[in-house]
Ligand binder design. Structure first.
Ligand code: HEC
Ligand code: HEC
Length: 192
């Protein structure tokens, strides 16, 4: 075997052993920053900050790229994703997608829950988010998400202030008032 060929082969072996380790290290340093708001395992305990655990990987990848590029504008996350490469984004998305969502439920209001259930059914939210609202591909999981975040994001969609987000959602919530959105947020947050 020619020396250059052997060297190339060896460096390939070397890279495949060393690269994943250093790669994991720089992801974990980043994840420690995210943990402050999204929880170490993607279960958020912070008001207004969504849980990321159990979200479809593709949904996370898409949103991380939109946030990194400044297209989805999140003031508190400004600069957090600067310099992250696409493989690092993919690794972060995989990390959170692989964790289990542990919903933190507030008080259960029967009337609000039933109204939210009916509205979600009538508006056919389950055709995209799946009938049990666990999401798939680019459609996020809604079941068990924080109630305050669900309400916040639906208000943004409805008011057309969800900059950089999929406009399909504004159409889905068209004509709904704040009480409707509160009922839907309550129902989805309590859905397992
Ligand atoms: C200072 C708090 C804070 C930090 C730190 C932070 N985030 Fe966020 N993140 C938020 C908030 C708040 C939102 C929701 C903003 C909105 O929609 O208005 C959000 C939204 C997101 C979303 C979209 C989720 C969804 O369901 O729409 C993703 C993905 C995300 N963050 C990932 C990360 C990652 C990865 C890091 C670390 C590199 C990180 N965040 C660091 C506060 C933070
Ligand atoms: C045609 C498909 C479709 C329908 C129908 C639909 N959605 Fe969505 N929804 C999406 C997609 C795609 C996204 C992701 C948008 C993005 O990442 O910018 C989304 C995002 C959301 C989010 C934001 C979650 C997050 O973590 O950021 C909420 C909340 C939501 N939808 C609720 C609903 C509700 C409630 C209904 C019914 C009234 C509904 N959706 C109907 C496709 C749909």
């Amino acid at each position: 075997m020619r020396a250059s060929k052997l060297a190339a082969l060896l460096s390939g072996v070397y890279l495949s052993i060393v690269a994943p380790l250093s790669f994991a290290q720089d992801i974990s340093a980043k994840l420690a920053v995210c943990a402050a708001c999204h929880g170490a395992d993607g279960n958020s305990t912070m008001s207004g900050s969504p849980s990321l655990a159990g979200q479809p990987r593709i949904f996370l990848e898409n949103n991380l790229i939109m946030i990194r590029e400044g297209i989805r504008d999140i003031p508190v996350m400004k600069g957090q994703l600067d310099g992250l490469t696409d493989p690092q984004i993919i690794a972060i998305a995989k990390f959170y997608a692989g964790h289990t969502l542990k919903p933190t439920h507030g008080k259960h209001h029967d009337a609000l829950y039933e109204r939210g259930k009916l509205l979600s059914k009538q508006a056919l939210c389950g055709t995209c988010h799946l009938p049990n609202y666990v999401g798939r591909e680019q459609m996020p999981r809604l079941a068990g998400q924080r109630e305050d975040y669900l309400l916040h994001s639906m208000r943004q969609f409805r008011n057309n202030t969800a900059t950089g987000r999929d406009t399909i959602m504004a159409a889905s919530l068209h004509g709904m008032n704040d009480d409707d959105l509160k009922a839907i947020a309550h129902y989805l947050a309590l859905t397992k």
